[in-house]
Design a protein. Sequence first.
Length: 142
Amino acid sequence: MTVVKFLLILLLLASNIQAAPQYGTVTVSKVISVYDGDTFRVNIDSLPPIVGKNIPIRVNGVDAPEIRGKCQYEKNLALKARDFVRAKLVNAKEIKLTNLQRGKYFRVVANVVVDGVSLEQELLDNKLAYEYSGGKKLSWCR
């Protein structure tokens, strides 16, 4: 009987655990800047200016090389990734941010869909990022 009670309590507790809240889909009105392959700033006119102007966005599910990387290879690849993302975003007819949530640096983390195509998948396909879901990041330096 004690085991059954324990399992019931465990089941009740587990059912109350929730993932980070997600906030649907928004359409980007304007790309302000692209910092690197997985970070950029946008305006979202459908939101009040206090939360919709010059908002930092982190691309969900990938890690791109850093502009201030640890080796020259990483820095060079970071510039290539940044230029790739900049060209995609600036030339896009429509940019949608889906599955929005807050990241650890208070940036909005979102899946990014550019003209119907996943930006994350394009970065992965072009070897400009690797899959990332938190935790320790892999090194770009060889």
